[in-house]
Design a protein around this ligand. Structure first.
Ligand code: PEP
Length: 263
C-alpha cells in the first residue's frame, strides 16, 4: 500500500445476501466499530434492493454505497435491468463491474466489462473493475498473460482523463469464497503486473495513482499481511463484509499497515 500516491479502499461485496430490512441492524452494529479517523475509503456494495436502505442507514457516516453490477443499456425495453442513471439517482457512488460470478453465470466478456466501466464513469460513479484467473490458468502458468489481457481489454474503453478514477480489483477465481487466499507474494506479483501493464500503455503517472485491490477470502487475520504489500491498495471483501466485527478489523488493518492512528 502506498498512500502517498493513491487512496486505500476497503470495499465489501454482499452479493445476494441479507434482505433490506436487515440493513439497518447491520449498520448499527458496524458504526461503533468503525475507526474514528478516516484512514481509507470504505464502501459497501449491495444488491439493488438494498441501496436505498443502506444510504439511509449510513447517512452522516464515512461509508460509501456501491452496486454489484449495472445494465449496459441506458433505458428502454430491458425487463429486469437496472441502469447507471437509476443507480446515480439513488446516490450510488461505486459499482463493481466484471465480478467473476457475473462473468461465469451471466456470460460477461472483457469488452462488456470495459463498456460497463465507461458507463459508470459517465454517470460520475467509480467502477471497481474485477479481473482474475482460474485455477487452471494459474496451474498452466497463464496468469500474467490472462490478467494483462483482461486489464487492457477493459481499460481500452476508458479515456485517459478518466483512468485514474477507476479502481481495479485482482480477484483470483480460485480464492473467492473458498477460504483459499493467495499468498501475499502471489497477490503482490499480480497487482504489480497490473500496475506495470497500465504504466506501459497509459503512462507512469496514472499507473502510480490508480488503486489496485486484492479480493479472495480476505479476512481479519490475513488482511494486514496482504495490505502491507506495496501494490495492494485495499481489499474487495465478500464473506467477511457480512460480519461487522470482521469487516471493521479489516478496515483497522489499513491503519496498522500505514502506522496511522485509527481510534
Ligand atoms: C468477492 O466475492 O469479491 C470475494 C472476494 O469473496 P470472498 O471474500 O468471500 O472470497
Amino acid at each position: 500500500m502506498n498512500k502517498k500516491y493513491r487512496k486505500a479502499v476497503i470495499a465489501g461485496n454482499w452479493k445476494m445476501n441479507m434482505v433490506p430490512s436487515e440493513v439497518k441492524g447491520f449498520v448499527e452494529q458496524l458504526r461503533p466499530l468503525m475507526p474514528k479517523a478516516k484512514t481509507c475509503e470504505v464502501v459497501l456494495c449491495a444488491p439493488y434492493t438494498h441501496i436505498t436502505s443502506l444510504r439511509r442507514a449510513m447517512k452522516d457516516s464515512r461509508i460509501s454505497v456501491g452496486a454489484e453490477d449495472l445494465s449496459l443499456h441506458d433505458k428502454g425495453a430491458y425487463t429486469g435491468e437496472v441502469s447507471a442513471a437509476m443507480l446515480e439517482d439513488m446516490g450510488t457512488q461505486y459499482v463493481i463491474v466484471g465480478h467473476s460470478e457475473r462473468r461465469q453465470y451471466h456470460g460477461e466478456t472483457d469488452f462488456m466489462v470495459g463498456e460497463k466501466a465507461a458507463i459508470v464513469l459517465e454517470h460520475g460513479m467509480t467502477p471497481i473493475i474485477c479481473v482474475g484467473e482460474s485455477l487452471e490458468q494459474r496451474e498452466r502458468e497463464l496468469t500474467m498473460e490472462y490478467i494483462r489481457y483482461q486489464v487492457l481489454a477493459a481499460l481500452s474503453y476508458i479515456p485517459d482523463n478518466k483512468l485514474r478514477q477507476c479502481v481495479i480489483a485482482y480477484e483470483p477465481i480460485w480464492a473467492i469464497g473458498t477460504g483459499k487466499t493467495a499468498t501475499a507474494e502471489q497477490a503482490q506479483e499480480v497487482c504489480e503486473c497490473i500496475r506495470r501493464v497500465i504504466r506501459e500503455r497509459r503512462g507512469a503517472r496514472v499507473a502510480r495513482s490508480i488503486s489496485i485491490l486484492y479480493g479472495g477470502s480476505m479476512n481479519a487475520k490475513n488482511a494486514e499481511e496482504l495490505l502491507s504489500m506495496p501494490d495492494i491498495d485495499g481489499g474487495l471483501i465478500g464473506g467477511a463484509s457480512l460480519k461487522p466485527d470482521d469487516f471493521s478489523k479489516i478496515i483497522a488493518a489499513v491503519a496498522a499497515v500505514t502506522g496511522e492512528e485509527s481510534k
